[in-house]
Design a protein around this ligand. Structure first.
Ligand code: PMP
Length: 388
């Protein structure tokens, strides 16, 4: 039976965690795995989360099953955070295990509705996007989104890709804080993209995984809200794992705007059916934490303050990096935790071996892994391996 299976490659980024841990050098820098870190290098449990967990511990009376759609109160309470208002009955929402589950459900939905649809994606993208699209056997078509050498976003090629596609094809967009490049669509770019989508009937699937960690909760949502307000059909894959610091709890949601309320209800029935055959129902604890926070104005205030502080810290490290050398200047305009430096595999290896600087093999760094005081040493290491 199993002798037909090919061996799958190990996840290189997760392997890096083990190497970093085993490194005895005290000055080592972990810029690998994409989690937020505070000034002391810790990925904290947010105060609002701790408080909500206390409430849950004291008030929860059952852990009986919910249903394939998860907790609808959670998905409803999250809507104004995502869309800036109640988006109305044309937007169906389902709870998912993380943003990953939401992307997977969206891909399943497209594959069922339009098995021949092309999914346009900008390269480079989060590697799991491709793995998920391949798993649903959709045809993934790349366009060059970001020029790593020049550190620029190629809006023209994104628009050209949309214009060359047909109604019912899908374009995968990052809502904010592009992973792995930090290369952002500015408001004017979003408006250009909207126009191309209106002209072609290509449907956006917006992966919105880092809401609040770039320009803040309002600024980061510009594109998602513009497209949802002005298009008939939109999919938004949302993650609360980063902006509530709930990573391992697996908290996400998929929102789908359909042509009318009836179509939205058909979409919802299909999402629930996919959920049922994939994980039956999503894990509850993390979503219950988010619900408890959003139901309580004081906890919501504390959470908003915390996410604002996290975003501000990331922006602070970015400006310090941008000021530290000509090759790092683009960090000023990029947003979120990630950027991809134009480094070859030998340079990445030399940084790890000779300088104890750990980053993804692609040259992606997690900016949140840096403290401002680490920057001079980081720049010295970059120079030593020939980075400008
Ligand atoms: N989308 C992007 C672009 C991501 O970087 C990630 C996390 N690495 C996710 C989605 C999924 O996040 P999660 O499943 O942990 O919520």
């Amino acid at each position: 039976m199993f002798d037909t299976l090919p061996e799958q490659p190990a996840d290189a980024l997760l392997a890096l965690i083990g190497l970093y841990r085993a490194d005895p050098r005290p000055q080592k820098l972990d810029l690998g795995v994409g989690v937020y870190r505070d000034d002391s290098g810790v990925t904290p449990i947010m105060a609002a989360v701790k408080a909500a967990e206390k409430v849950l511990l004291e008030t929860r009376t059952t852990k009986a099953y919910l249903g394939p759609e998860g907790d609808p109160v959670y998905t409803d309470l999250l809507k104004p955070i995502v869309f800036g208002k109640d988006p109305g009955g044309r937007v169906a929402g389902i709870q998912t295990p993380g943003g990953t589950g939401a992307v997977r459900l969206a891909a399943d939905l497209v594959a069922l509705a339009r098995p021949d649809a092309k999914i346009l994606y900008g390269a480079p993208t989060w590697p799991n996007h491709l793995q998920i699209l391949n798993a649903t056997r959709l045809k993934a078509v790349p366009h060059p989104y970001f020029d790593v050498k020049a550190q620029t976003v190629n809006v023209a090629s994104l628009v050209a890709a949309i214009e060359s596609a047909s109604a019912g094809d899908v374009v995968l967009l990052h809502g904010c804080c592009h992973n792995p490049t930090g290369g952002e669509l500015e408001p004017a770019d979003w408006r250009t993209v909207l126009k191309a989508l209106q002209e072609t009937g290509v449907v956006p699937l917006i992966d919105f995984a880092y809401h609040g960690l770039g320009k803040g909760l309002e600024g980061d949502a510009y594109g998602v809200r513009l497209l949802t307000d002005n298009l008939d059909e939109v999919m938004v894959a949302y993650s609360c794992d980063k902006n509530f610091g709930l990573y391992r709890e697996r908290v996400g949601a998929l929102y789908v705007k359909a042509r009318d309320e009836k179509a939205a209800s058909v979409v919802m029935s299909n999402l629930a059916a996919f959920s049922r055959v994939s994980w039956s129902m999503p894990p509850d604890h993390g979503a219950a934490i988010v619900r408890t926070i959003l139901e309580d104005p004081e906890l919501t205030r504390i959470w908003r303050e915390e996410i604002d502080r996290m975003g501000a810290r990331v922006r602070g490290v970015r400006s310090a990096l941008a000021a530290a050398g000509p090759g790092l200047k683009a960090h000023e305009t990029q947003t979120g935790m990630f950027s991809t430096l134009a480094l070859g595999p030998e340079q990445v290896l030399a940084l790890r071996k000779d300088h104890a600087v750990y980053m993804a093999g692609s040259g992606r760094i997690n900016v949140a892994g840096l403290h401002v005081r680490d920057i001079p040493a980081f720049v010295t290491a970059l120079k030593a391996v020939g980075y400008p």
